[in-house]
Design a protein. Structure first.
Ligand code: NAD
Length: 430
């Protein structure tokens, strides 16, 4: 077996942080085992007919990690790298993310092993409908509520909702979030994760007493989240000096004109041919002399192999799990502050919750209301995480895990009547 894969297994990285927080909270072995084990793991296989008439088989997953705090919530990823350990880690991160942000959901995640760029829109619709019909017994507005993730967006969520509604014989918009507005989506959801990242980045810079005006930023990944993050930080006066997608990394040390670059990228579906920046190596982007580094693509962008070369003072984890647990140690000793994924990218799940609420209450909020409420949630979470980190002299990541674990563990004990288990020690957490 490839030791690199084992070393940077995202589920192992999640467990490593989980155990650090569980040690601090003196969580019993019984409870620890329960909290780290997914409630449900479903593997599905299905065939669809391609546009050329041939049949093609696909494999997919849905992992429900926890429903302790509410219906499980988490995106669906279409990517060739999707595998069970990745989905298990992503599902657990959703549990900690909703818990740390005080959102009454649990955690789940799903995925299909495929490259969405290889398929037509009609084929993607058939893939999504087939995946949904295999998982119709798992999903439900009060059971398990999917959302977009890498390789999926509002179209896939609309097909999922339609297929699920057909199977259940009635329209059920609340089964999924991240839908188009015409299907019951929320204003502000598409850009919510990026907007949330900009709020959290500015709070972190303020905490570090760094002026955001002109501060240099490098962003890996230019999909839904990376693109909006770049735009909102540019609008706040920050200098975005480098961006990348899976094919190309671009750099302009004087700062990229992000609105112009977005128009170019959307027209060409690529950075190729953009003349106002230099093409650099992908690894170089992560190691540029910038103030803020934003990995917004995949897990394990920063590991023990490159963590020592990072020059940014602040890393804002926009992807889920972009920093491996062995890299945490190197970054800490180099005084690089890492804002963890469960806090940094929580704008998306927060507005997903608002969408789900609007669906169940049959309401429509305006964009000012959505953005204002999201900002309130994120500001509260940021202050809770950073004050806990300072109080116990732990990293913001472990502080976020401690807060989340404390909430999920207490509720689990309550639900199971586990009064024999040793009580949590950090009861002073506000
Ligand atoms: P997306 O599919 O819209 O975009 C992914 C981007 O990453 C693309 O630009 C792709 O080209 C790029 N990419 C992939 N591999 C790369 C590599 N090796 N180097 C550089 N770029 C690479 O996905 P997204 O929705 O923007 O999600 C990105 C990350 O953010 C994922 O980790 C996802 O789990 C996380 N996230 C997304 C949301 C959301 O609301 N969409 C919310 C929270 C977290």
């Amino acid at each position: 077996m490839n030791t690199e894969i084992i070393k940077h297994n995202p589920f192992e990285s999640m467990l490593d942080r989980f155990n650090k927080a569980a040690d601090l909270l003196h969580v019993s072995d019984v409870l620890r085992q329960k909290l780290q084990t997914p409630e449900k793991i479903v593997k599905v296989n299905f065939d669809i007919e391609l546009d050329n008439g041939q049949l093609k088989s696909f494999e997919g997953f849905r992992v429900v990690h926890s429903t302790v705090l509410g219906p499980s919530k988490g995106g669906i990823r279409y990517n060739t790298c999707v595998n069970l350990d990745e989905v298990k880690a992503l599902a657990a991160w959703m549990t900690w993310k909703t818990a740390v942000n005080g959102i009454p959901f649990g955690g789940a995640k799903g995925g299909v092993i495929c490259n969405p760029l290889d398929y037509s829109k009609a084929e993607l619709e058939r893939i999504t409908r087939a995946y949904t019909s295999k998982l119709a017994h798992v999903f439900g507005p009060d059971k398990d509520v999917p959302a977009p993730d890498m390789g999926t967006g509002a179209d896939e969520m609309g097909w999922l909702m339609d297929e699920f509604s057909k199977i259940h014989g009635k329209k059920m918009p609340g089964v999924v979030t991240g839908k188009h507005l015409k299907h019951g989506g929320s204003v502000g959801r598409v850009e919510a994760t990026g907007r949330g990242v900009s709020i959290i980045t500015l709070l972190a810079l303020e905490h570090m007493k760094i002026n955001p005006m002109g501060a240099k930023v490098a962003i890996q990944g230019f999909g839904n989240v990376g693109m909006y993050t770049a735009l909102f930080l540019y609008e706040k006066g920050m200098k975005i000096v480098a961006v990348s997608d899976v094919n190309t990394a671009l750099c302009n040390i004087y700062g990229l004109n992000i609105p112009e670059l977005i128009v170019y990228y959307n027209e060409n579906k690529s950075f190729a041919g953009y003349t106002k920046a230099n093409v650099i190596q992908h690894e170089e982007l992560l190691e540029l002399p910038v103030d803020v580094l934003i990995p917004a693509a995949m897990e394990n962008a920063i590991t023990d192999e490159n963590a020592g070369n990072i020059k940014a003072m602040l890393i804002v984890e926009v992807a889920n799990g972009p920093v491996s647990s062995d890299a945490d140690i190197i970054l800490k000793s180099n005084h690089v502050l890492v804002v963890p994924d469960v806090l940094a990218n929580a704008g998306g799940v927060t507005v997903s919750y608002f969408e789900w609420l609007q669906n169940s209450l049959n309401q429509k909020w305006d964009v000012a209301q959505v953005n204002f409420r999201m900002e309130q949630v994120l500001q509260k979470s940021f202050h809770e995480v950073f004050s806990t980190a300072e109080l116990y002299t732990i990293s913001p990541r472990i502080a976020a895990y401690v807060i989340a674990l404390d909430r999920v563990a207490k509720k689990t004990e309550e639900q199971m009547g586990m009064d024999t288990v040793a009580g949590l020690q950090l009861n002073t957490l506000k």
